[in-house]
Every structure is written in structure tokens, then in C-alpha cells.
Design a protein around this ligand. Structure first.
Ligand SMILES: Nc1nc2c(ncn2[C@@H]2O[C@H](COP(=O)(O)OP(=O)(O)OP(=O)(O)O)[C@@H](O)[C@H]2O)c(=O)[nH]1
Length: 573
């Protein structure tokens, strides 16, 4: 029911080419959406993880570099305190020579000096601050206890003596006791390392590409003070999750919102070793704005979107082209079928089914259809011929049947019904032609005896011969009919007068008396004839005319048979 409209007509379906094109477009749209979803889910996720890993690795690099330099400084201090020229130094010049060469080897050692137990600088690289009292300096105090590092700090005295630069002088110190050969401490070696090395490390690590993508390195002291970082943040306190994680000794990368309100991906790690006084524990944070970190992935997403759309459009075009090409043979076939159906409706000549060889299926289909159409045409022709034959047979049979109806089966002569049609016509001609006609009523004498003696079949044969004798005796235009049994009637037309009829009757009598040669016997019989004349102007109808002839025949019988009796004339009008 669903395939039909309310009027009962089948619904018009989409063409195959349209269906295929729509199907491909839908598939392409679906796969594009799927690709984008996958890109969004996996590629973006992956890009985020990649960016985090990159930042984490950068933080490790910075951590390792910081550790390396701090431990190098500690190593240098240990090395120098172990040198004989320093340990056994009796005059400053010998010690100064060692300190000079150490400073020359690493210019970020802003000051290197040995202070005696009294806190006075005994010797220093290039003599800077020699004899100055450093007994109150943290490095001096700490260095007496062993190898120590002093965290980031300004140094007012030294800062003033050193050349001024854009960045203020900040230092970390490494100090260790200096002992004589007998193990007695006599002073403290201190190295003031300029913070510039850390700034330079950060600059070197941040390649131009990283800087362009907004990556920034922060070094944060344990008290949350930023030692190194973006402009405006240095020497200020910081509070981020990444800092807390780094201070807890963890390393990794997270996505977090910084105090400036922006979302950053942050890699974090920590330098130094807890409990090791020769190391410093700083948190190293490397951050990058998430928007920038994910820009490449977003660009990739856009690129995939446009590529998918372009590929989709191209595929849809190709699909439409192919679908049209593939379905063209089917299209031609279906159009021909529609045209044929229309032609049948309108009674127009049917168009031929085209021979199609676009591809095998279409070829097979068109051949099958052509065969079907041809065989249908042959069947229609055959049916038409059969129909015509049937119609003519029916017409012939009908004509024959009418003749059954009008003929006497035994003798082949007109029967009573035919007589009833012929007699009024003859009577009408009498009126028209102004010439009388006669009705001869003939009845065999003693016919029953033939049946009884020779059998019914011989009786039939006799009746046939009797009929033919009457036919042979009258004119061809006259009518001879068998009424029933051995009763016959002859209508004689165009008579000159009544006497001509009686003469005709008497002429027949001897013919009827001739012996009838049957199969088993030869029989002699006679007949009784009653004759009624119908004159122009007689008012009688056919029944009355026939009755007069019948009565006359009976009179002949009563008169002894084998005789002709003329009936009394009919009453005129
Ligand atoms: N063989 C044969 N006999 C018939 C047929 N129709 C009627 N008869 C017989 O014809 C006879 C006619 O009867 P009647 O005319 O009284 O017999 P009839 O011997 O001729 O007597 P009359 O006319 O008085 O001389 C009957 O015996 C019918 O059985 C027929 O088709 N074939």
C-alpha cells in the first residue's frame, strides 16, 4: 500500500543515478565528519600531549644545565681548595695566581677569594676586595662547615665594584674550608657566581622558534621567588600548581591557568638534591600559552576540513558522473518502457526497445526486453488471427444455425417456419404484381403403411424422393416446403389464373404415382392435393389461405384420395 498514492498510482521513485550520487555524497559527508571527530579527538589530544612533553623536556634540559653548572662550581671549589699552592699559601700572590686562572677559565665567576679565619680576604682573583672583612658574609660562615652553596642573592659591595649592566648583579655562592696539610682549617674559599650564566642558559635553550611560540623558562627558589623569568615576574612570588608539584619533587607537564588569567601548558622539574648542601633546589617551569601550543593542531584540523570538503566535492562529482554513465543504459531502457506505456494509452505506434551494449548487465537486460517485446508482438498477432478466425467461425456457424432453424432436416426443403415467412411475401407480391398465387397442400395416401411394412428409414427415403418430385414439377422460383409428416406445401406464383393452378396440380399427380425405388423395395403411392388460390385483393391472411388449402386436401382424401380438389375462392374485400 505504501508504494501507491491515494489515487492508486505507483509513487514516482528517484532515478538510480540520483540515488547513487546522493548515497556517495552522504558517505563522503559522514566520513568527513568522522575524520574531523577523529582529528579532534586524537590529533588534538596528541598535539596537546606532544606540546606538554616538549615543555617537560625543555624543563629537564634547563634543570640539567643548572645542576651541571652548580656542580661544576662546587667541583672547581673543591679542586682549588685541594691545590698545594692554595692550601700551603704563605703569601697572597701564589694563591692569587690560581684564583686568576680559575676566573679566566669561567668568567661568570664574578669573584673568587680566600678569607682567613679572621674573616679578612687573604687573596682574591685580580686582587678584588683583598683585605676586606667578609666575616659577616653568609658564604664565609657557611663555608667554614664544609662545601656549601648559598642561594641567589644580591651583593651590595661587590655589585658596586663590578661594571654595571642591564640586569642587576645577582649571585649564587659556593664556599668550602681551606685546610693545611695537617688538616687544620686556616681559611674559606668563596666563589661568587654571577646569575648571568643562568640567564644565558635560558636564552640558549629557548631557540628563536620556541620564543616565537611563546615558550618561557622560569627558575623559582624554594620560597616561591622567581629568580629567572619573564619581565615583571623576577624576584616576585609565584603560586601555581606546577610550582607546587615541582617543589614536591615531581616532574611532568600540566595544563593550568596562571595568575595572568591565561591558560598555559607548563612543564616542571626540580634541580639539586634534597639534603645535599652542595646543590641548590630550584623549580624549573617552562610554560607556553595553550592557544599557541595548539595552533598547529587547529591549523591541521582546518586543513583536513578543507581537504575533506574539496575531496568530498570531487568524489561527489566523480560519483555523479559515474552514476550517470553507469545508469544511462538503464535510463534509456526505463524511458523506452515509459514511452511504450504512454503509446499504448494513446493508441500510438510503439517505439522500438533500443539495443544497448553499455555494459554486460544492460546488454543482457535490453536483449531480454527486445526478445520479450518481439515475442509479445508475435503473440498479439497470433491472438488477433485466432480472434478473427473465431469470429468468422462463429459467424459461419451462426449462419448455419439460422439455416437449421429454417430447413427441414430430413428432406432439406424449407420447413414450416420458412413457409410462414415465404407465404406472406408471396401474398404481398400477389397484391403488388396483380397476379394470383396458389397454395398446393399435398399429403401422401397410405404412407403409414410404408413405415409399417418397410421400416421408418425406408419411409424417410420415400419422403425425400416425394419432396424432390414436387420440386422437379414446379418452377424454380416457386417454393416447396415440408410442413410435417407426409404433408408438403407448394406455393406457385405469377399464375395467370386459377385454372393454371389446377392444371399444375393435375400435372403433378402422375409424377407422384411413379414407383418409389427404395433400398429394400419399390413402392407405389399416390397423393391427395388441395389447392387454394389467392387473388389480388383477397382479404385473408396466411393462416386462412393455408387452412383453405388444407381443407381442400381433406376433401380430396374424403373423395377417395389420389385426387386434386380446388378450394372455394376466398371472400374478396
Ligand atoms: N418414415 C417416416 N414416417 C413419418 C414421419 N413423420 C410422420 N410419419 C408417419 O407418417 C404417417 C402419416 O399418417 P397418416 O397420414 O395418417 O397415414 P396415411 O397412411 O398416409 O393415411 P392417409 O393420409 O389417410 O392415407 C404416420 O404413420 C406417421 O408415423 C417421418 O418423418 N418419417
Amino acid at each position: 500500500m505504501k508504494n501507491k498514492t491515494e489515487t492508486g498510482q505507483p509513487r514516482k521513485r528517484l532515478r538510480l543515478a540520483t540515488l547513487v550520487t546522493l548515497g556517495v555524497c552522504a558517505t563522503v559527508a559522514l566520513s568527513t565528519a568522522l575524520q574531523l571527530a577523529l582529528v579532534d579527538h586524537f590529533a588534538t589530544n596528541y598535539a596537546g600531549k606532544e606540546a606538554e612533553l616538549r615543555l617537560q623536556q625543555l624543563s629537564w634540559q634547563m634543570r640539567d644545565s643548572l645542576n651541571r653548572v652548580v656542580s661544576k662550581a662546587a667541583g672547581d671549589v673543591q679542586l682549588v681548595t685541594a691545590l698545594a699552592q692554595v692550601r700551603e699559601a704563605r703569601d697572597p700572590a701564589a694563591a692569587r695566581a690560581v684564583l686568576d686562572s680559575l676566573q679566566d677559565s669561567f668568567p661568570d665567576y664574578a669573584w673568587i677569594g680566600i678569607a682567613g679565619q679572621d674573616g679578612k680576604v687573604f687573596a682574591s682573583a685580580h686582587g678584588l676586595l683583598e683585605n676586606a672583612d667578609v666575616s659577616a658574609r653568609p658564604w664565609f660562615k657557611a663555608g667554614q662547615g664544609g662545601l656549601r652553596t648559598i642561594d641567589y642573592h644580591p651583593a651590595l659591595l661587590l655589585g658596586k665594584l663590578l661594571p654595571q649592566a642591564a640586569d642587576p648583579w645577582r649571585f649564587i655562592d659556593v664556599a668550602a674550608p681551606v685546610r693545611r696539610a695537617d688538616g687544620q682549617p686556616w681559611g674559606v674559599l668563596g666563589v661568587h657566581m654571577s646569575w648571568n650564566w643562568a640567564r644565558r642558559l635560558a636564552r640558549n635553550l629557548l631557540t628563536p622558534a620556541l620564543r616565537e611560540y611563546g615558550a618561557e623558562i622560569l627558575v623559582v627558589r624554594n620560597d616561591a621567588t622567581v629568580l629567572l623569568g619573564p619581565v615583571g615576574m623576577e624576584e616576585k612570588k609565584l603560586n601555581t600548581n606546577s610550582l607546587q608539584l615541582a617543589q614536591a619533587g615531581q616532574t611532568g607537564a600540566i595544563r593550568e591557568t596562571w595568575p595572568d588569567g591565561k591558560v598555559y601548558l607548563t612543564g616542571y622539574s626540580q634541580t639539586g638534591q634534597s639534603g645535599d648542601t652542595a646543590t641548590l633546589q630550584w623549580s624549573v617551569l617552562v610554560r607556553q600559552p595553550e592557544q599557541v601550543a595548539m595552533a598547529a593542531s587547529r591549523q591541521l584540523e582546518q586543513l583536513i576540513l578543507w581537504l575533506s570538503v574539496a575531496a568530498g566535492a570531487a568524489m561527489a562529482l566523480v560519483a555523479a558522473f559515474l552514476a550517470r554513465r553507469l545508469t544511462r543504459p538503464m535510463d534509456r531502457l526505463s524511458r523506452t518502457i515509459e514511452q511504450r506505456a504512454k503509446a499504448v494509452e494513446e493508441g500510438q505506434p510503439l517505439p522500438e526497445v533500443p539495443a544497448i551494449d553499455g555494459f554486460r548487465e544492460a546488454q543482457v537486460l535490453s536483449r531480454a526486453m527486445r526478445d520479450m517485446v518481439h515475442s509479445e508482438a508475435r503473440h498479439v498477432d497470433l491472438l488477433q488471427t485466432m480472434n478473427e478466425q473465431l469470429e468468422s467461425t462463429v459467424a459461419r456457424r451462426t449462419a448455419e444455425l439460422e439455416q437449421l432453424v429454417m430447413r427441414d432436416v430430413l428432406t432439406g426443403l424449407p420447413n414450416r417456419r420458412a413457409l410462414m415467412q415465404a407465404l406472406p411475401a408471396a401474398m404481398a407480391r400477389v397484391t403488388r404484381m396483380r397476379q394470383p398465387c396458389a397454395v398446393l397442400f399435398l399429403d401422401l395416401d397410405g404412407f403409414k403403411n410404408v413405415n409399417d411394412t418397410h421400416g421408418h428409414e425406408e419411409g424417410d427415403e420415400l419422403l425425400r424422393q416425394f419432396g424432390q418430385r414436387i420440386v422437379g414439377a414446379v418452377r424454380r422460383t416457386d417454393t416447396v416446403a415440408r410442413l410435417a409428416g407426409d404433408e408438403f406445401v407448394a406455393i406457385l406464383e405469377n399464375l395467370s389464373d386459377a385454372a393454371a393452378a389446377e392444371e399444375m396440380g393435375r400435372k403433378i399427380m402422375p409424377l407422384l404415382r411413379e414407383p418409389f425405388v427404395l433400398k429394400t423395395a419399390t413402392v407405389n403411392l399416390s397423393a391427395s392435393i388441395g389447392i387454394a388460390i389467392h387473388q389480388p385483393g383477397d382479404a385473408e391472411d396466411l393462416d386462412a389461405l393455408l387452412a383453405r388449402a388444407d381443407r381442400a386436401m381433406y376433401e380430396a382424401k374424403r373423395g377417395g384420395k389420389n385426387n386434386v380438389v380446388m378450394a372455394a375462392a376466398a371472400a374478396p374485400v
